[in-house]
Design a protein around this ligand. Structure first.
Ligand code: ADP
Ligand code: MG
Length: 317
């Protein structure tokens, strides 16, 4: 396979001087133009993996990282802050679950888009404004002239996410990281934003790292899937194969949790019993305590992730 555009190698991230282990030896490969979905319950380390890519941590997080994050062969984790700042938004765009929190409430939309264009592309004001209009049109915002002068609170959640996507696209990144981009939106809007991301990806040939806790969304958008549990990848492979034939009991359990209509005609929601370990992990298989297929010998030693296109971390797979 061709060299990955973005390759995460043995990434580990700990907070509070090592007291909280969030990500533990994660490998991911994102190839040009493809969509990789990273899936897992809340707390599995998906967002921390995304944040590590652009080192978007706060000073007080007291973060320690190990491993490499290679973008076009260059290790982003090793770059000085000033150098990384240039890459953020230019090479790799990122959008988050809560588009309100990422927008500045005191500046209008036009100012927030043109600022990015002026900073990274050094466009003069008039050109930046014309480009901002074009971007708003591209992300499907009606009355873009009027919207340039709107403030974030005047827009709906779906509109705000479209604006965030416009900002993320402004510099033509090769990679877009979308961390639960539709989780805060209602179902109809969710589908629209997902459709927009797919269309933009095709139009721009971007690679998309799509993060979600919702396996339901993945079949529509992903080429490949990496399932995360307790800071590790536990299964990965082509999306259609993983969804049709999940090999890790955790992936199976996630699939079984999707809402389904029972024989009685009612919609049922299942849940995986128990909660995932967070921050401090047991030795051996981290899923064993919740696993429906657990057997003698499952606890020790920790199963390794197998090699190859379909990788599984389970001693019984
Ligand atoms: P996900 O996105 O999969 O829901 P996260 O990546 O946000 O999960 O979190 C992984 C783990 O790291 C969780 O246990 C979370 O509580 C912890 N964590 C995340 N950010 C911080 C932080 N800034 N300081 C301390 N712990 C954190
Ligand atoms: Mg998250």
């Amino acid at each position: 396979m061709s060299e990955a555009l973005l390759r995460v190698e043995g990434l580990s991230v700990a907070f509070r001087g090592g007291a909280i282990q969030a990500v533990d030896g994660v490998d991911l490969a994102l190839h040009a133009g493809e969509t990789l979905a990273v899936v897992g319950e809340s707390g599995s380390g998906k967002s921390v993996t995304a944040l590590a890519t652009l080192r978007l941590f706060a000073r007080e997080d007291d973060v320690r990282t190990a491993g490499r994050i290679l973008f076009q062969g260059e290790d982003l984790l090793g770059l000085p802050e000033a150098e990384l700042r240039k890459r953020r938004g230019r090479d790799i765009g990122i959008i988050f679950q809560d588009p309100g929190a990422s927008l500045n409430p005191v500046f209008n939309i036009g100012r927030q888009i043109t600022e990015v264009l002026r900073r990274h592309k050094h466009l003069p004001r008039a050109e930046a404004e014309a480009e901002a209009l074009r971007l708003l049109r591209e992300v499907g915002i009606s009355d873009p002239e009027g919207r340039l002068r709107s403030y974030p609170h005047q827009l709906s959640g779906g509109m705000r996410q479209r604006v965030m996507i416009a900002i993320a696209l402004a510099c033509g990144p090769r990679v877009l990281i979308a961390d639960e981009p539709t989780t805060a939106l209602d179902v109809t809007i969710q589908a629209q934003i997902l459709g927009l991301l797919k269309a933009l990806q095709a139009a721009h040939g971007m690679a998309l790292l799509f993060i979600t806790h919702d396996l339901e969304l993945v079949g529509d958008i992903a080429d490949r899937i990496a399932v995360m549990y307790a800071g590790q990848v536990v299964e990965s492979g082509p999306a259609a194969e993983v969804l049709a034939d999940p090999r890790h009991p955790y992936t199976r359990a996630l699939l079984d949790c999707r809402p389904h209509r029972g024989a009685d005609g009612e919609v049922h929601f299942a849940a995986i019993p128990g909660t995932p370990p967070r921050g401090v992990f047991p030795g051996g298989c981290r899923f064993a305590a919740r696993c429906a297929r657990r057997a003698a010998g499952c606890e020790q030693p920790q199963p390794l992730l197998t090699e190859g296109a379909r990788a599984v971390r389970c001693c019984r797979a």
